[in-house]
Write a protein that binds this ligand. Structure first.
Ligand SMILES: Nc1ncnc2c1ncn2[C@@H]1O[C@H](COP(=O)(O)OP(=O)(O)OP(=O)(O)O)[C@@H](O)[C@H]1O
Ligand SMILES: [Mg+2]
Length: 456
């Protein structure tokens, strides 16, 4: 991959030789090797052979439609940046082009200065992306704490708390929405505790029918109830000297809650059917995605148990509250699944990364793991593209053009689009207003608030 990038190339495909000449001339000092093709077939052949970073593609050529060519190009190399060129510029066409994966839309005849500016901006962005990607690759190793990948300040606080608490805790409550890593945290706490050589036993409180829950937790003696044909060790005895992880503690019925409180206070359990108390030495980590405090107010969770558990609480933020971790987690899961599926995956396209960054991640890190896992399984080439992502992740993106626009508001996007249209029509506000379907006053209003764009 690096070899192909060390000598960056640009491929221009157009059946108008004068336009190809203009491009070659305009970009002779750009540091790019400029390749040209006068028809689609030759263009695609060159694309396969040389893997250019940027493709300038004429929309209308004899015998082919621009969007079909765009699709073919992205199908061959989803990592390349395609700029469409047309002599029939329309705002709708530009939006459609971007939606179909082009990174920009130029009107012909090309303006050499504008072309140079945009190309150098694209090269800069690509370099930045590669640099961040390489860094992320190294960072993934540096930013792992007991198998938990993060670098956001909010998660670094979580790491610090785990480190502080692990050597001493008797009980810890881990809270957070689904898929935020509660079980990972519980395992980290156990591994860093003095009990790490003893068992870590998981009990999912929501997965056991209520009538069997007590026997599951505390065990039973033979004949304690119908079906108790032999003695059974409960989770607490089984985990003796180690850690019990009570997952989904919010689902624990009230009767079991009072018995659990007794264990936490006296370190004593009673097997079902036996009056004899037994001493157990266990640490308890409870986890929930429910709001136990409001359950206490509703009367469905014991107040005394809540206070006992919540003395030490590790709160896990949702992925949306730690977006800084997203690129790192992407890289981490990509590497993980590339190894698992034995595929030579090298990365993800700008378009795909943008979609991931714009998505809200209601299922948090588990959802991200599934999305990347599926994409890694399905993808053919070395790069994951938008088409490898599920519908819901693809759907939430706006139209994205150029640098930083993945993170801007719709309003800002409108302003930038208005500015670009105006540039294309040589500053003629009436014409720009007509293309955009708004009044001249609106154009003035939009332009008055436009922030200067980087490099363009
Ligand atoms: N920071 C992280 N770094 C790496 N992997 C993570 C991270 N957070 C979560 N994961 C992974 O995401 C998946 C979900 O994590 P986990 O099971 O710990 O979440 P949970 O909070 O217990 O979810 P639920 O409430 O649905 O049970 C796991 O495969 C876990 O390995
Ligand atoms: Mg869990």
């Amino acid at each position: 991959m690096e070899d192909l990038y060390s000598n960056p190339k640009l491929l221009a495909i157009d059946d108008e030789p004068e336009n190809l000449d203009l491009i070659k001339h305009a970009l002779c000092d750009s540091g790019l090797e400029v390749l040209t093709a006068e028809n689609t077939a030759k263009g695609l052949e060159l694309l396969r052979a040389t893997r250019p970073r940027i493709v300038l593609l004429a929309m209308r050529m004899r015998g082919a439609r621009g969007f079909e060519n765009l699709e073919s190009i992205l199908g061959i190399d989803p990592g390349t940046e395609v700029i469409l060129m047309t002599s029939h510029y329309t705002a709708e066409g530009a939006i459609e082009a971007v939606q179909k994966g082009a990174c920009d839309f130029f009107s012909k005849p090309l303006d050499a200065n504008q072309l140079r500016r945009r190309i150098s901006q694209l090269l800069w962005e690509a370099e930045e992306r590669r640099r961040t990607y390489r860094l992320d690759h190294e960072l993934v190793h540096a930013c792992q704490f007991e198998g938990i990948v993060a670098r956001s300040p909010i998660m670094l606080d979580v790491f610090a708390k785990i480190r502080r608490v692990a050597p001493h805790f008797g009980t810890v409550l881990v809270t957070g929405a689904t898929g935020t890593g509660k079980e990972l945290v519980a395992r980290a706490l156990h591994r860093l505790s003095p009990a790490s050589a003893s068992p870590f036993v998981v009990c999912n409180c929501s997965a056991i029918v209520e009538s069997l829950l007590e026997s599951e937790l505390f065990g039973h003696v033979k004949g304690a109830f119908t079906g108790a044909t032999q003695e059974k060790l409960g989770v607490f005895e089984y985990a003796n000297h180690g850690t019990v992880f009570l997952d989904e503690i919010g689902e624990l019925p009230l009767t079991a809650q009072s018995k659990l409180l007794r264990v936490l206070q006296n370190h004593e359990i009673q097997r079902v059917g036996s009056p004899a108390p037994r001493i157990v030495d266990v640490r308890v980590i409870a986890a929930t995605n429910r709001d136990l405090r409001s359950m206490v107010n509703e009367g469905t969770f014991r107040k005394d148990l809540y206070y006992r558990l919540a003395m030490i609480e590790v709160k896990l933020p949702g992925l949306a509250e730690r977006r800084e971790d997203l690129p790192l987690l992407e890289r981490y899961f990509l590497d993980k699944f590339a190894t698992e599926y034995k595929k030579p995956l090298s990365g993800m396209t700008r378009r795909a990364q943008t979609r991931l960054a714009n998505y809200s991640w209601p299922g948090n890190i588990r959802e991200l793991e599934n999305v990347i896992g599926n994409a890694c399984m399905m993808v053919d080439g070395p790069v994951i593209d938008v088409s490898d992502l599920p519908e819901e992740v693809r759907g939430q993106s706006g139209t994205v053009v150029g640098q930083d626009e993945s993170l801007i508001s719709l309003e800002e996007l409108q302003k930038r689009h208005a500015k670009r249209v105006l540039e294309r029509v040589g500053g003629n506000k009436s014409q720009a207003a007509e293309i955009l379907g708004v009044s001249r006053a609106t154009i003035y209003h939009l332009l008055a608030q436009t922030r200067p764009e980087n490099g363009a």
